[in-house]
Design a protein around this ligand. Structure first.
Ligand SMILES: *Cc1c(COP(=O)(O)O)cnc(C)c1O
Length: 369
């Protein structure tokens, strides 16, 4: 633990190790790293560099601005843009050699116009196989199949879709989406030339090789979230959030702790305050639910989580082991992101992308990368 009152440690070696594990697991397919939303909140620049050094050559961002930032970090990598682009950004995409994922006929037309002016352009198509969120509808796929001119000037590198329930291995949606995906790809084959195919996110990789196709698109698992929530997490842990106790006070029984007097002390207790709160992504919904670790001992969060502070009941610990300056393990170890997320009533994805920027981050990387 460094000097700071709160510190987030990001283990870049663990991210690299996770990518290698996934890339090996999908072989002979490949794992393209999804590092949208600032690499799930962990910092796209160090994460992209680490992954690239580990051998990952292909990345997805969500928005053009993210992809352009990634292009600066990795001048030679292949970078796909999941959202495609609003019209004014198409030129920027072309100039930066980014590959948009085209999600509806309007985007196909806009990128096709760009190709008509500047020569053939690479693209990917996203087809909707039942999520009803993004991608070409089956009707739009029929339109393309009937009017191949719409794809003129576009080299379709890949056709992809996205699974709705991949983390539930026995969910009927998985097989249904896979069948719908293959049917839509078959319709596109005659008009889109030879293209690669992709269906799996992190959890999809663990559904079996029939979901791997040519490449998978893991995000969350790279960052240590469990892609198989009902079994042991196969991924290496990536983040650790630590804080230091600011002060400890003795509270007599029948008194309360924090806003709304939401926790009543039942017996004389010692309450430790740690300067991390919901403004730092330590979600308020975890009030009276989450816990932390002090010297390996579980200590519950008591009372409401404030904007800048939490309160822990450290009565179980000897006074000398929980005093101002004592390091508290907030997230990590036997209380991983997924466990904190569950106590906050959400998923690890939301915790990672919410982790605050108010405290320093420390990136851990061995010389070997
Ligand atoms: C975010 C995203 C992914 C990565 O999903 P994870 O569950 O984080 O692995 C893959 N594909 C698409 C289209 C996405 O939007």
């Amino acid at each position: 633990m460094p000097e700071d009152a709160v510190c987030l440690t990001v283990d870049l070696d663990a991210i690299s190790q996770n990518w290698r594990l996934l890339n090996t697991r999908v072989r002979p397919a490949a794992a393209y790293a999804v590092i949208k939303a600032d690499a799930y909140g962990l910092g796209v620049e160090p994460v992209a560099r680490a992954l690239h050094a580990a051998g990952c050559q292909r990345f997805f961002a969500a928005w053009p601005a993210e992809a352009l930032a990634l292009r600066v970090v990795l001048p030679d990598a292949w970078v796909g843009v999941l959202m495609g682009a609003p019209s004014e950004d198409w030129t920027a995409l072309r100039e930066a050699r980014l590959v948009p994922v085209l999600n509806h006929l309007g985007q196909i037309e806009a990128w096709g116009d760009e190709a008509a002016r500047h020569g053939p352009l690479d693209a990917m198509l996203h087809v909707d196989t039942g999520m009803n969120r993004l991608g070409l509808t089956p009707g739009e796929v029929d339109t393309l199949a009937g009017e191949p001119d719409r794809l003129r000037g576009l080299q379709i590198q890949a056709v992809m879709s996205h699974l709705a329930c991949a983390e539930q291995a026995d969910h009927a949606m998985n097989g249904a989406q896979r069948e719908a995906f293959e049917a839509l790809c078959n319709k596109l084959q005659p008009v889109a030339g030879s293209f690669q195919t992709s269906l799996a996110n992190s959890s999809g990789i663990f559904l079996g090789s029939e979901y791997h196709y040519d490449f998978a698109r893991p995000g969350a698992a790279l960052f240590g979230l469990n892609p198989t929530p009902n079994t042991t997490n196969p991924m290496a842990e990536v983040i650790r959030l630590q804080g230091k106790i600011l002060q400890v006070r003795r509270v007599d029984s029948a008194e309360s702790v924090g806003y709304g007097a939401a926790f009543l002390v039942k017996q004389p207790s010692r309450i430790a305050t740690v300067p991390v709160g919901y403004a730092d992504g330590y979600l308020r919904s975890a009030s009276n639910q989450a816990s932390a670790r002090v010297g390996g001992v579980r200590v519950p969060v008591v009372g409401r989580i404030s904007m800048d502070m939490i309160t822990l009941d450290v009565s179980e610990l000897p006074e000398a082991n929980a005093r101002p300056g004592t390091v508290v393990e907030l997230i990590g170890g036997d209380y991983p992101v997924d466990a904190f997320a569950s106590d906050a009533g959400t998923i690890g994805y939301e915790i990672l992308t919410d982790l605050g920027r108010r405290y320093p981050r420390r990136y851990q990387q061995s010389a070997a990368g």
